[in-house]
Design a protein around this ligand. Structure first.
Ligand code: HEC
Length: 105
């Protein structure tokens, strides 16, 4: 008898868990600068996360953006063809970064 009561409590709580409201995460749409094939950057860099990740970095150097794009590809398996990686890096350096100076900064 005890077992049946326990089982029915368990089933009831499972039913409650199932009707619980789905959790909604807010979708924040970050506008990004147009031009220099921004559509390529949008196509690949929005697959996993929003542009917030990119905008939050502030202005970064070419080596930083090169390394970041490579990290997305090598570590997180972003499916970005080589030629598109270069297009994206150029876009990011122009709009969200700067070319490295002679002193390396
Ligand atoms: C396959 C999924 C995926 C794709 C596609 C992707 N990213 Fe990421 N990105 C991640 C993950 C996972 C993190 C790490 C999240 C964390 O640590 O909270 C991340 C973090 C970042 C960060 C934060 C800084 C850092 O180094 O962790 C930046 C900047 C970034 N991504 C830029 C990009 C850019 C630019 C692109 C397009 C070339 C891109 N991401 C495409 C998965 C992806």
């Amino acid at each position: 008898m005890k077992k049946i009561i326990l089982l029915s409590i368990l089933l009831t709580s499972m039913a409650i868990a199932q009707v619980a409201k789905p959790i909604e995460t807010p979708y924040v749409d970050y506008p990004i600068e147009a031009g220099d094939h921004d559509e390529v950057t949008q196509q690949y860099c929005l697959i996993c996360h929003s542009f917030g990740y990119i905008l939050n970095q502030g202005k970064k150097s070419r080596p930083y953006w090169t390394g970041t794009v490579q990290k997305m590809v090598n570590e997180f398996k972003a499916p970005i063809p080589k030629e598109d990686q270069q297009t994206i890096i150029n876009y990011l350096v122009k709009h969200y970064g700067y070319e490295a100076t002679a002193s390396g900064h």
